[in-house]
Design a protein around this ligand. Structure first.
Ligand code: SR1
Ligand code: MG
Length: 393
């Protein structure tokens, strides 16, 4: 390995060597808090305030036999700078990027918590779903032809390729759940459910089309992994931050909307099998909140577009919506079939987990094969809730 991995003991010395971090002064306390699949994450307390260091491991943290490029750290740093420009206050600030040791230094958001954990506890953070819709819209506008113009978009696109992390998504989200693969972990009681879902010809056609859209629709510098574990929330004062943009690339805007919707489905499945029907309904209602935030923000930005000719807002919104529906299905289904399950489902006792998985697969099947690509999220996710309740009984 050509760089050293940081430890709680080496972080203070490391921070002292970084010019961009000089204002923080001496570091007095360090904690390692990484709990994701890929990175080391340290919270450092210094004389001048707190900061977070995120260092890329050259392998998957939860499977060290799986190599993965640490260059993703620099890609994340560059994307985070761009997202700070176009969506300030909705992402962590970035202080430093170190392409040799594959470390970024970002804002310490202690006092926030990860939204997935809060949803699992049945907590309602009002306004977060809408904030995230606004975040997706600001990125969709500010990094696309709308905000940058035709030539600006092409130059930005040329500097933001992320092929290795895109390949992970192409494999884990759009391929492995639909084939026999060693990554897939399926409870015996769910084998027939998964076989019926993944073997449905309508599901396979829709997933293939979604995969191709993911691979080819280079609309904007999207987050690329916008699940509820990539969101920090705080009530007082209200704050929402999307973090962990290492999967950022020029892709379809509907993928970020769909990632949120798919994760609302997972949270709702948990709530349903725990008998928390009101929480399930609230979570599914967040799909419409996210869409409203997205559509309102894009409409507000639209008069400032680089080229007001020909391209029409309503048609673009319809395109994003039609993309988001199958992406939501893909993002929900991968978490109950393939690599990297989520705590919403994994922490349930086995019999409830089986029912939750059935509910998620029923939702995904409806989203992929029903007449779902046009319309409004409220009636769509009401139907999703009904189908989930029936399947998860
Ligand atoms: C090997 S990385 C596994 C997953 O973790 C991230 O959160 C992405 O969703 C990725 O698919
Ligand atoms: Mg992540």
């Amino acid at each position: 390995m050509s760089y050293e991995l940081l430890t709680v003991d080496t972080v203070p010395g490391y921070v002292a060597t970084r010019n961009a971090l000089a204002r923080f002064g001496a570091v007095s306390r360090v904690r390692e808090v990484g709990d994701g699949n890929l990175n080391l994450v340290f919270v450092a307390e210094a004389d001048g305030g707190g900061l977070v260091l995120k260092q890329a491991l050259p392998y998957v943290r939860v499977d060290p036999t799986w190599p993965i490029t640490p260059e993703r750290n620099g890609i994340e740093g560059r994307a985070l700078r761009v997202h700070n420009q176009v969506a300030p206050g909705l992402v962590p600030e970035i202080y430093d990027t170190d392409d040799e040791w594959h470390v970024i230094a970002i804002e310490d958001l202690s006092g926030h918590r990860v939204w997935r954990g809060a949803l699992n506890e049945g907590l309602r953070h009002e306004g977060v779903a809408e904030d995230l819709g606004r975040y997706v819209a600001k990125v969709a506008f500010g990094t696309s032809v709308f905000g940058l113009g035709a030539k600006g978009h092409k130059s930005a696109l040329a500097t933001a390729a992320n092929p290795e992390l895109c390949e992970i998504t192409e494999d884990l989200v759009f391929t492995e759940p639909y084939i026999s693969h060693e990554h897939n972990r399926i409870l015996p009681a769910n084998e027939a459910d998964v076989a019926a879902y993944a073997g449905d010809p309508g599901v396979r056609v829709a997933i293939g089309a979604a995969k191709l859209a993911f691979m080819t629709h280079a609309e904007a510098l999207i987050h690329g992994d916008l699940h509820t574990g990539s969101v920090l929330v705080r009530d007082e004062p209200h704050s929402t931050r999307a973090f962990d943009v290492e999967f950022a690339f020029y892709g379809p805007v509907g993928f970020d909307v769909g990632a949120l919707w798919g994760n609302y489905v997972l949270a709702a499945a948990r709530a349903l099998v725990l008998g928390e029907d009101a929480h399930a309904a609230w979570v599914l209602a967040q799909a419409a909140e996210t869409w409203q935030g997205f559509a309102d923000e894009l409409a507000a930005l639209w008069p400032g577009r680089a080229d007001p000719r020909v391209i029409d807002l309503e048609s673009y919104l319809a395109k994003v919506y039609a993309d988001a529906v199958p992406f939501a299905a893909a993002k929900a289904a991968r978490r109950v079939i393939g690599f990297s399950p989520v705590s919403d489902i994994e922490t349930l006792p086995e019999q409830r987990r089986e029912r939750a998985i059935r509910a998620v697969l029923a939702a995904a099947r409806l989203l992929l094969t029903g007449e779902t690509r046009q319309g409004e999220p409220k009636p769509l996710f009401d139907r999703v809730g009904q189908v989930m309740a029936e399947a998860g009984r």
